[in-house]
Design a binder for this molecule. Structure first.
Ligand SMILES: Nc1nc2c(ncn2[C@@H]2O[C@H](COP(=O)(O)OP(=O)(O)OP(=O)(O)O)[C@@H](O)[C@H]2O)c(=O)[nH]1
Ligand SMILES: [Mg+2]
Length: 361
């Protein structure tokens, strides 16, 4: 399935002006097992005491599942910003403050580098579910999140043994798994889930650029151009250092050409291999080799959401206009006249019939 950038959707931050307009990209991915998982999550939710939504600290908005927000109800939710070792720490703090504005939401950052901190999740679970008598009943904590965000890794840390299969690719876990920690807490590991409709087109690119989308389901070149466009504006110094460049050019294509030459991504005849350099850029971005990078800020999202709302309002206005046109269309003088004539003929006919009936009596 594909989606198109709305004409007006642009980044809007101090340094990022998006040039991607009218661009179509295929990074949408919602296989059958995700559909099944979402259904199972909904079914299990009534017996869940706390939801632990694992977010990718590099894309806290784009990795937040809107379907969960819809079905969560009053279930307390702890949002974990995982892989915080790969994210820009200043922006991570901004995201935590922004997420905690929501009712019933608590946040924490975690990374595989700091196992001790991850274990504090257990204390959080206990404090949030303090009213539940754990000696009588287990606390049920369900771990959810996008593919490849680190859910199973986190479960292994909490369980202090390798109990869930992990791997650096999306869709490693395929079935819901119940893990009894043995101390009054039961964890549910779930397969990574995306959602059927991405409202914000930038979300698709960011999910792809962070490794949540299977590489067979994304176009490296499109995502690479998107990432290059963002990085030259948001993190020019990191790019300079990583690709050993003296200056960062104004456009993503110039940057990709320069980087390709530095990395030998050149084809016979001297033409730059853009596909190859996009692949290199994305792999280095995902693995953190370029540096600690966050792909979206709360400020950017305020602007993007506003643009999306304007886009929606325009669509709704157009639809209403079409509807109105259709209605008035049926009332054009021509149609109105024909309708009146039909009505008149009906009345004449009924009068004739009445008169005839009277005569026959
Ligand atoms: N750099 C970094 N890598 C991490 C972190 N947590 C997990 N990973 C890596 O991310 C990859 C995915 O981890 P998993 O635990 O399998 O992710 P998952 O969310 O269970 O993925 P699915 O089951 O496919 O949905 C693995 O290679 C982990 O080593 C982290 O905090 N930092
Ligand atoms: Mg998993």
């Amino acid at each position: 399935m594909q989606f198109t950038f709305p004409n007006t959707l642009k980044y809007s931050t101090i340094h990022v002006i998006n040039t991607y307009q009218d661009m179509t990209v295929a990074v949408h991915w919602f296989p059958g097992h995700m559909h099944k998982t979402l259904k199972e999550v909904k079914e299990t939710l009534p017996s869940v005491d706390i939801l632990i939504e694992v977010l990718d600290a590099r894309i806290p908005y784009s990795s937040e599942n809107p379907e969960i927000a819809k079905i969560r109800g009053d279930t307390p939710c702890l949002k974990i910003l995982n892989k915080s070792d790969l994210a820009d720490p200043i922006i991570t703090a901004q995201w935590q403050a922004s997420l905690e504005n929501e009712r019933g939401i608590q946040t924490m950052t975690t990374t595989t580098d700091n196992v001790g901190k991850s274990k504090q999740i257990i204390d959080k679970i206990r404090s949030v579910c303090a009213q539940k008598n754990a000696s009588v009943k287990n606390i049920n904590a369900m771990i959810i999140g996008i593919p490849n965000v680190g859910k199973s890794t986190l479960i292994n840390i909490l369980a202090e043994r390798t109990i869930a299969k992990t791997g650096n690719e999306p869709a490693v876990t395929r079935n819901l798994q119940r893990i009894n920690l043995g101390s009054g807490i039961v964890l549910y590991d779930t397969p990574g889930v995306l959602w059927p409709k991405l409202a914000n087109p930038n979300t698709g690119y960011r999910l792809a650029a962070s490794g949540a989308v299977k590489d067979t389901a994304m176009e490296y070149d499109d995502v690479g151009f998107f990432a290059a466009d963002y990085l030259i504006k948001a993190y020019p110094e990191l790019l300079k250092a990583r690709f050993k460049l003296d200056e960062i050019p104004d456009t993503e294509i110039e940057f990709l050409e320069m980087a390709a030459k530095k990395r030998g991504a050149v084809m016979s005849g001297g033409r730059v291999n853009l596909h190859k350099i996009c692949e290199v850029l994305l792999n280095e971005l995902m693995s953190g080799k370029i540096g600690q990078i966050t792909l979206e800020t709360p400020e950017m999202l305020v602007a993007e959401k506003q643009l999306m709302a304007e886009e929606e309002a325009k669509k709704a206005a157009k639809k209403a206009q079409r509807k109105a046109q259709f209605k008035t269309g049926s009332m054009t003088p021509d149609k109105k006249e024909r309708k009146e004539k039909r009505e008149q003929k009906r009345q004449e006919q009924s009068a004739r019939m009445k008169a005839e009936n009277k005569r026959n009596k």
